[in-house]
Design a protein around this ligand. Sequence first.
Ligand SMILES: Nc1ncnc2c1ncn2[C@@H]1O[C@H](COP(=O)(O)OP(=O)(O)OP(=O)(O)O)[C@@H](O)[C@H]1O
Length: 490
Amino acid sequence: MRDFYQNFLNKEKLYETFYDEKEQRLSFAKLIDYLNYSYDGLLLSDTDGRIFYVNEAVERISGVKNQEMLGLTPEEMQERGFIVSQSKKVLKKNPLTIVQKLKTGKEIFTTSRPIKDEKGETVCYIATFRDISELNELHQEHTFQRDIDYQELQELRSRFLMMDDIVSTSAQMRTIIEKSIKVAQSDATVLIHGESGVGKELIAKTIHNSSSRSKKPYIQINCGAIPESLIEAELFGYEKGAFTGADRPKAGLLEAGNEGTVLLDEIGDLPLNVQVKLLRVIQTGDFYRVGSTTPRQLKVRFVAATHRDLKEMVRQGTFREDLFYRLNVVPIEIPPLRERKEEIVPLAFHFLKKNNEKYQTNKKLDEATCRLLEHYSWPGNIRQLENMIERMVIMSDEDTIKPCVIPDEVLEHRKNEGDLPEPSILMNETEIIPLAELRERTEKKMIARALERYGSIRQAAKHLGVNHSTIVRKMQKYGIESKSTSEHGV
Ligand SMILES: Nc1ncnc2c1ncn2[C@@H]1O[C@H](COP(=O)(O)OP(=O)(O)OP(=O)(O)O)[C@@H](O)[C@H]1O
């Protein structure tokens, strides 16, 4: 028996494990018993292939009592119907692996190897018995889980990318959103700077929505829209009798935002005297209603936004330096749309989708239209694009929005940009060419340009002051192809 253990690595441990206290010797029965704990089936067969040992897992997997199996060869098992079929295909020769289908419907992977003695003669065979159905189920479960994980990941990603309806296909915008989500976890004051219509309010709302205050009030105050004489009372509230007409006490906008987030939009328009009071609230949380001597406490997260250059205002003495630094704890700069041109088309499709829902339409954007939108400089930024798409959805008679419905300012800009050359530069300045050739060159260029700009032969003909058939004829003559059928789907 001691020889039997010779190959084990930790012989002492094994000796201890298989030692039978009662019999005062190593126990072979104990070892065999322990093999029953294997999840996979184990079989031993003699040189004729007759099974002389099976562990309990084989019974569980095959559904055949071990006693019934002992002494049988695989062929005899097939005759008795325990095995329905066995693949003659040898998957691997050494070890030999075959697939057996059992009467229970299960598919089994049996891998067997000969056990040899010291002379190299085969003593018996040892085989493992694995339920592939179980493996297949596990694999399916794993694939299913992987699909769920992938789906969740994609959902999270698109939720992040489309968070609160925010398109963020540019790297700049994604960095801004990441920064907003990060800063939302603290109460730090944020100063958002950017041109009008770039999405400052949207970012302020994102900060609020991603913070622990999301269920608390979100108050947006446009400091530029409140008359100077009223702003203090509007922000801080007032007591009865504080001024003529104050016939009852009223809480201010800051109090309305208590425990939540207050966006001070157009902060650069705040008068200097109110700036001092605002600084105190931000620093201490203390404030007084107009006409009151009792201090009140506020727990507000402040976000300020402006399109103005506050640093310059500080230099000019129109904005308090201390307030500027207090607000500018985390600065967020949103670039204008012309500096993230890759976002123009995704934004256009985003607004197209919204307007299709709003007006119950199914309009699409033509490729030429998208190209024109991409080339425009968008001085009014995203707000201008949003309004223009709505206008185009309303104005377009056809399902495909073509360049002919693009407002003049966009088309004019394209012309001014010079990427469509004027007829005068169709030839070089020293060149002399026959007038007929010049006419042909000009005609060809002009027709191609009109087709690109207006997207249809009918519209091009209308703008060139000729009829439809003239354009068709000249297109054939000059080999111009119409792109009017190319379009983007939504
Ligand atoms: N990344 C974006 N994805 C989708 N819509 C956007 C995005 N950025 C801005 N918008 C939309 O554009 C419009 C203008 O944005 P917003 O009001 O936030 O700009 P703003 O910078 O605060 O403008 P203003 O300075 O004039 O107050 C809004 O309707 C907003 O929903």
